[in-house]
Design a protein around this ligand. Structure first.
Ligand code: DLZ
Length: 204
């Protein structure tokens, strides 16, 4: 197997996700790219044994909203708005192109999920920021990355940094597996959630 020095080598350890509860919080901006990242992420969660019923999905408009939503999801106050992954996989397409100027509408039929009083083992924050003509990109990237780190350190729940900060559309397409020769980073985030969730369970 060949990989560049920048890649994450395949882990020699295997992690069993069958007992884990994972939340995915995703932005809707740049919907085509988000769709692909979400699919890759969910595929790897399931391949690692995480049960569909233990994967909760919550959407927010843009990446700037991710930290607060992650914090609230961890606190368990999102029950009314969450969709489960079956709903997600059944109708995962927000339409539009990778640079739609507005966020896609929320999922057409949100499912109210009964939330047992069990904590999440990991939360995956997914967003796609693409550099435009203004400084928006820099401010949001900086604020969101710091805030997501703060959420995980404040709560003790791993928050997986699934935010692409792309300088071009092409970079975003490549990193979401939508371009020939690219790689879907959503897959890595699913695996990271299972690994970190498993570690934190042991460290409790
Ligand atoms: C406003 C904005 C812009 C210009 N670009 C993006 C983007 O590339 N990716 C993304 O996730 N969100 C973007 N947003 C929306 C902000 O994240 C946020 O939703 C709004 O500023 C409202 O708080």
């Amino acid at each position: 197997m060949s990989h560049t020095i920048k890649s994450l080598p395949t882990s020699t350890a295997t992690y069993d996700g069958s007992l884990l509860r994972v939340a995915i919080v995703h932005a809707r901006w740049n919907a085509t790219v988000i769709d692909s990242l979400l699919k890759g992420c969910v595929e790897k969660l399931k391949a690692s044994g995480v049960k569909e019923s233990n994967i909760i999905v919550q959407s927010v408009p843009g990446s700037f909203e991710l930290p607060l939503a992650c914090q609230k999801v961890i606190a368990g106050s999102h029950v009314q708005a969450a969709s489960n992954v079956t709903d997600l996989l059944g109708g995962l397409s927000f339409g539009g192109n990778s640079r739609s100027g507005t966020p896609a509408p929320p999922s057409a039929s949100p499912v109210v999920v009964a939330m047992p009083n069990e904590p999440f083992d990991a939360v995956i924050a997914i967003g796609v920021l693409i550099k435009g003509a203004t400084m928006h990109f820099e401010y949001i990237s900086d604020a969101v990355s710091h805030a997501l780190m703060k959420v995980q350190l404040d709560t003790g729940v791993p928050v997986i940094f699934g935010v692409l900060t792309a300088l071009t559309d092409d970079q975003a397409l490549e990193r979401s597996g939508l371009k020939e020769g690219g790689h879907n980073h959503g897959e890595d985030w699913g695996l990271a959630a299972v690994e970190m969730g498993s570690h934190v369970r042991r460290w409790r």
